[in-house]
Design a protein around this ligand. Structure first.
Ligand code: LIP
Length: 326
């Protein structure tokens, strides 16, 4: 990709994994820089093979695909992150949990399981190597690399790189949400749209891979559509959450997300002023993720709570159990 969006891989300062509360703001910024560089490098790899990839297998349903590039990108990301920070833990969509932080040594749990949070004071990377795999497979633009850094169960830094759109979103806990692109100079601080009434809200959503879940989601979206400006379905939760941050949509909701789908994008949305959460006071997670400015969040939440249906069909995995605070 031309321009400065994809920087050449440069040596990243090696830092230790132990995290004291006092060092956290500086650490979060450092982790965001590392996440950005690695996301861009993985995005470059993915761009180089776009249109030439084959399916490796399907996962939860025939519509839930994995390409050889999901794995190649995740391998690259894990290698780069752990080379820069050898004591960290890693949770990836394809390979599952690797390591348990500085105190735990390295052990791998393959198969995309969620794994548990590492010990407080250690860093765990939460990675979706291609969020929007179906878009990637079909040559559509909304797919990206999502990398988040979690400390003591909280996401403190995140990067989402959407290379076809030539944009890189970053978020630092307490340090804002930012957009860099190859079509504008400098970094742009993001702020989500505020003061939008539900009836005028452009709302993004997405659908799970399971047929029964989709049928339920279809009934819910049929109840939402007449009450809002319109609906958008990009095919990438990370992109949708960043779109809330950038004001490209007013709100987003989806049921069935995995932790790696929303870890980085959720932080970016929050740092742009959005609330993220689930239904009835729950944190954002598999049961429901809503993101919008505070007043719109409440209005959309109340609409969705009224339309909510009991969980339909399979779809729970260990990865579902993670919730994102906010
Ligand atoms: C996908 C999401 C998409 C959602 C799908 C799936 P993947 O992630 O980003 O928005 O609707 O259910 O979770 O599978 O491409 O990493």
């Amino acid at each position: 990709m031309p321009g400065r969006l994809l920087r050449p891989w440069a040596a990243v300062t090696l830092v230790t994994s132990a995290v004291s509360p006092a060092s956290q703001p500086a650490l979060a910024a450092e982790l965001a820089t590392l996440a950005s560089r690695v996301a861009e490098e993985a995005a470059e790899l993915l761009m180089s093979r776009r249109g030439k990839v084959g399916l490796v297998r399907t996962k939860s349903s025939p519509t839930d695909v994995v390409t050889e590039m999901d794995r190649a990108a995740e391998d690259l990301i894990r290698n780069r992150l752990l080379a820069a920070r050898p004591g960290d833990a890693f949770l990836g969509e394809e390979g599952g949990q690797y390591g348990s932080g500085a105190a735990g040594g390295l052990a791998s749990t393959a198969g995309g399981s969620g794994g548990s949070s590492p010990l407080a004071g250690t860093v765990r990377w939460v990675v979706d190597p291609i969020d929007g795999t179906v878009n990637y497979l079909y040559g559509l633009p909304d797919w990206g690399v999502s990398i988040a850094a979690e400390v003591a169960g909280e996401i403190v830094a995140g990067a989402v790189c959407l290379p076809v759109r030539r944009v890189l979103f970053t978020g630092v806990s307490g340090g804002g949400a930012w957009l860099e692109s190859s079509w504008q100079a400098g970094r742009l601080r993001l702020s989500c749209n505020a003061g939008v009434p539900l009836a005028e809200a452009l709302v993004a959503t997405g659908f799970a891979y399971g047929a029964a879940q989709r049928a339920s989601q279809g009934r819910v979206v049929a109840g939402v559509l007449p009450r809002v400006r319109d609906i958008r379905r990009s095919g990438s939760a990370a992109s949708d959450l960043c779109s809330v941050a950038a004001g490209h949509v007013d709100a987003y909701y989806e049921r069935g997300l995995k932790y790696w789908d929303l870890a980085a994008g959720g932080l970016i949305a929050r740092e742009a002023g959005a609330l993220t959460g689930g239904l009835r006071g729950e944190a954002a997670g598999a049961a429901m993720t809503i993101a919008a400015s505070p007043a719109l969040f409440t209005a959309l939440h109340d609409l969705l709570a009224g339309l909510d249906e009991p969980e339909a069909g399979p779809g729970s995995s260990p990865g579902d159990s993670h919730q994102v605070a906010g």
